[in-house]
Design a protein around this ligand. Structure first.
Ligand code: PHB
Length: 392
């Protein structure tokens, strides 16, 4: 027993890196090409998703339905052309049966046509534009759609006395969508968006935008920043005295990312966001997940990590269901409608859209045992993603 365990653990460790072809096992090996930003500005997303995938394999072994699972991890540095070239290599040379990952939307969009052409199930574990699964019939998403959070926080703001807002979002597809989805519910409820600011995706310096927002004297700033950017955003928010000016901070949960929250100042306290995952989610499964993740990686898991963990679960369960078949159509067919408990709560794959259906929680930053957490206080159950891209 002990020997077997040690052997399996050894294979997991080897299987996660690109290992030399094992000819005797070649036909029984299922390769997953994991494309993530392991370096560059979004490297925290790569680190979180890769750690979660690795943890899933450690917990569930690397043999599924008689096949050996091997993850081939590649760094796209968040450059879409690189993601595309890597995907081509993974398909042609590595003969992967799945592609997964994607730290940012442009990388996912660059790979989508290849998924269709090669009929490869492609699991979006991290990116969050509303346009994703409609880009290829072979795309399934385990991350999130920005629409799921931003509409809900728009409604919450109205019901909680926020009448005017300045929006600050990253200037690319997900940012524009967050801005549009938030406006849709906030303006419909009678709120006023005084100004919509978009900051450049590369090397963001939020200071001038935050100053402009402060000068407009809104009740709140609605912010969408990418995972990994929230620490700088909050620091510059405090430096401009925006918290002291009584201007609230709201948004989807990217700004109070669990990965960065422990290092943020107490100025984050009271920030209300809508999101699908908090490390403080009070389920037994999540407590075990957070403990195991911290132990294995030294990091607190964030919302990107659960997309990776659940993406691996989707792949494992699909392989169990299809048995000997590893073609794209068979695998996608069994993924449709699949439902399971995730560390974030109950989730499923919408059979019509291949989009994740999940709870969205309203959370407030509070201190628990001396550490900052997003503490959930309201739940919107089984929220679907937007079927179409946001207009404007
Ligand atoms: C995306 O590019 O889809 C993306 C990246 C980081 C986030 C959210 C969305 O925090």
């Amino acid at each position: 027993m002990l020997v077997r365990k040690r052997t399996v653990a050894g294979l997991v460790a080897i299987g996660f890196i690109a290992c030399a072809a094992d000819k005797t096992l070649a036909q029984d090996t299922v390769k997953i090409g994991l494309i993530l930003p392991m370096t560059g500005p979004q490297q925290s997303t790569g680190a979180q998703v890769a750690a979660a995938a690795r943890l899933y394999m450690q917990q569930h072994g690397n043999i599924v339905a008689g096949k050996r699972i091997e993850v081939v991890l590649k760094d796209d540095v968040s450059v879409p052309d690189t993601a595309k070239r890597i995907a081509q290599e993974l398909i042609v040379n590595e003969k992967v049966k799945f592609i997964a990952g994607f730290g940012i939307t442009p990388s996912m969009l660059a790979v989508a046509p290849l998924a269709t052409e090669a009929m490869i199930p492609t699991i979006v574990m991290a990116a969050g534009p509303s346009i994703a699964t409609d880009r290829s019939p072979y795309i399934v998403r385990t991350s999130f759609s920005g629409s799921q959070s931003s509409r809900i926080i728009g409604d919450w703001a109205i019901r909680n006395g926020i009448k005017s807002v300045v929006t600050i979002v990253a200037d690319y597809t997900p940012g524009m969508e967050h801005e549009a989805f938030f406006k849709e519910s906030f303006v419909r409820g009678g709120g006023r968006v005084i100004e919509s600011i978009r900051y450049p995706l590369q090397n963001p310096d939020f200071a001038p935008f935050l100053q402009r927002a402060k000068d407009a004297r809104p009740d709140a700033i609605f912010a969408f920043v990418l995972s990994g950017q929230g620490g700088t955003f909050l620091k510059q928010f405090v430096e401009r005295g925006i918290d002291k000016a009584g201007i609230k901070l709201i948004g989807p949960g990217d700004v109070t990312d669990d990965d960065l929250l422990p290092a943020m100042s107490d100025a984050a306290l009271g920030t209300v966001t809508a999101h699908f995952y908090s490390a403080a989610h009070p389920s037994e499964m999540n407590k075990a997940y957070v403990d195991a993740f911290k132990k294995a990686s030294g990091m607190r898991p964030n919302f990107m990590s659960v997309g990776g963990y659940d993406g691996m679960h989707l792949i494992y369960e699909a392989l169990k269901k299809t048995g000997d078949k590893t073609d794209g159509d068979s695998l996608i067919a069994v993924m449709k409608g699949m439902a399971w408990e995730s560390p974030r709560g109950p989730i499923s794959i919408d059979p019509a859209t291949r989009e994740i259906v999940q709870n969205i929680y309203i959370r407030k930053v509070e201190k628990r045992n001396g550490e900052l957490y997003n503490v959930e206080f309201a739940t919107f159950e089984a929220v679907k993603g937007a079927a179409t891209a946001a207009k404007n």
